[in-house]
Design a protein around this ligand. Structure first.
Ligand code: TYD
Length: 221
């Protein structure tokens, strides 16, 4: 599945409102400015098919959705983005940036919803084989602060793609479990999965992100 791969795969993780999407955008700009071809993806969503799956996932009317259904839809979106965008871009030697990847399913569905890491990892293996990010940057902020930011943003979002949705309606306790999930991944895979301090202004955090990315660029040259 990963044969002929030449590019670099970097994913961003974090609880809602952590600022990861801003950081991914800043990294994409910085990489492009230094002449690197970059492909940006996001989950759930990214591709047009993924965006349709995202609507089902986030629809407040779907409050009966079982955790396992949620997990399978996350993987459906991921499998589509991987086949349609990520693998071709990696094969072309590009740098792929993904706003969330399987680590989100580990933290949210595996840990916070209680499906377990094992179920998520088995699905990953079955559907995506050995494909893993070369580096994952998990932007960590205080859960309460992040949640307040996410709620503020959701309220101010323009009509069209509603942000005040099913997945944004979780309790503080839920997001604490998500954070526990991320910390668990960090302890299992300290080389790949890096927790980045998300406190401070975006430029300061972008420099922390760059400090993690630069050695990887040098190694892959
Ligand atoms: P996202 O679009 O990244 O929203 P935000 O910018 O608010 O973090 O993700 C939407 C929601 O989907 C978010 O609550 C996290 C959740 N999610 C999972 O629960 N499992 C997954 O595998 C993924 C990719 C996302």
């Amino acid at each position: 599945m990963t044969e002929g791969r030449r590019g670099l795969f970097i994913s961003f993780e974090g609880t809602d409102g952590s600022g990861k999407s801003t950081q991914m955008r800043l990294l994409a700009q910085r990489l492009r400015a230094s002449g690197c071809p970059v492909l940006e993806s996001a989950e759930p969503g990214g591709t047009p098919i993924g965006l349709q799956i995202r609507r089902i996932l986030l629809d407040s009317a779907n409050e009966e959705m079982a955790p396992i259904t949620e997990l399978l839809l996350m993987f459906a979106s991921r499998a589509q983005a991987t086949a349609q965008w990520l693998e071709p871009a990696l094969a072309r030697g590009e740098i792929v940036l993904s706003d969330r990847y399987t680590d989100s399913s580990l933290a949210y569905q595996g840990e916070a919803r209680g499906l377990g890491f094992d179920t998520v990892l088995k699905l990953h293996k079955l559907l995506l084989g050995d494909l893993q990010p070369d580096l994952t940057l998990c932007i960590e902020v205080d859960v309460e602060e992040g949640l307040a930011r996410a709620r503020e943003r959701n309220r101010s979002e323009v009509a069209g793609l509603p942000r005040d949705t099913r997945l944004d309606e979780q309790s503080l306790e839920f997001y604490r479990r998500v954070l526990d999930g991320y910390r668990k991944i960090a302890s299992l895979e300290p080389d790949r999965f890096r927790i980045v301090d998300g406190r401070g202004d975006p430029e300061t955090i972008a420099n922390r992100v760059w400090a993690e990315v630069e050695p990887l660029l040098e190694r892959s040259r």
